[in-house]
Ligand binder design. Structure first.
Ligand code: KIV
Length: 281
């Protein structure tokens, strides 16, 4: 087992209100992306079910299966990162029963994750309790939960009314009481992100939840400008790697068509003896 940058107990007790630095989590879905993310020094790598949108070409995360998540989690684990690997439980891998939830979580742990994440509030407390009881650390995820896209009627900011905000706060409490070591808060008003953060003793990791959470998470492809659609309001794009990739590939196409690739440097030398033999054939 590699020496983790931060263990689950260290993350569980990390709160900005205690003077701790904000936690950083970024998604990765394969060995190279995990290597890059780990080299940057993140605390947690989330093998998110966003792999469905970012890598597999689906329009939502609902098509992602536990087998796909096992495949991608194992690839990330092969990078042997120092960051904690969190495997995302996909839709329908934990909704049927507690037994199913534990078995799905175990598949991600055996693939190389150290913890799992699942979406939902009070309605998922039982599944969380069962997984934690099997010694598997669980991160919760509330607010804009992409697996509920149909129930929410689209990808919309959640917790905007007083009733919805209270339900979300109750969900956060239920998840902490069920044993979650952290909570992703996605797509909620800034002040609600701050309120949930203040009243919970486990860290909140925000994505579109304002600056007052205990940490932040973004999707690898969004940070690097690799997406195929306009990023959400909460994304900050730090590089335009997508354009750089296209430019590099266009140059390669041009070189091949102009006959300038490969050159001498990219070719293997031929001995004089072999050259003479080939010329006189
Ligand atoms: O799947 C994912 O990438 C996520 C993050 C957006 C938190 O759940």
């Amino acid at each position: 087992m590699s020496e983790r940058r931060l263990s689950v107990p260290a993350i569980r007790s990390s709160k900005r209100s205690n003077g701790d630095e904000p936690l950083v989590m970024v998604t990765a879905y394969d060995e190279p992306s995990a290597r890059f993310v780990d080299a940057a020094g993140v605390d947690m790598i989330l093998v998110g079910d966003s792999v469905g949108n970012t890598v597999l070409g689906f329009n939502d995360t609902l098509h992602v299966t536990i087998e796909m998540m096992v495949h991608h989690t194992a690839a990330v684990a092969r990078a042997q990162p120092d960051a904690l690997i969190i495997g995302d439980l996909p839709w329908m891998s934990y909704h049927v029963s507690s037994t199913q939830a534990v078995e799905s979580a175990a598949m991600l742990i055996r693939a190389g994750a150290q913890a799992v994440k699942l979406e939902g509030g009070s309605n998922r407390a039982e599944a969380v309790r069962a997984i934690v009881d099997a010694e598997i650390p669980v991160m919760g995820h509330i607010g804009l939960t992409p697996q509920s896209v149909n129930a929410m009627g689209g990808y919309r900011v959640q917790g905007k009314s007083i009733e919805a905000a209270e339900e979300l706060r109750a969900g956060a409490r239920a998840l902490e009481e069920a044993g979650c070591f952290g909570l992703v808060l996605e797509g909620v008003p800034e002040a609600l992100g701050a309120a949930v953060t203040a009243e919970r003793s486990i860290p909140t990791i925000g994505i579109g939840a304002g600056p007052r959470t205990d940490g932040q998470v973004l999707v690898f492809h969004d940070i690097l400008g690799l997406g195929n659609r306009t990023p959400a309001k909460f994304v900050r794009v730090y590089a335009d790697i997508g354009s750089q990739i296209t430019t590099a590939l266009q140059e390669f196409c041009g070189d091949v068509r102009a006959g300038t690739f490969p050159g001498e440097d990219e070719s293997y030398a031929t001995s004089e003896k072999l050259s003479e033999h080939l010329e006189h054939e």
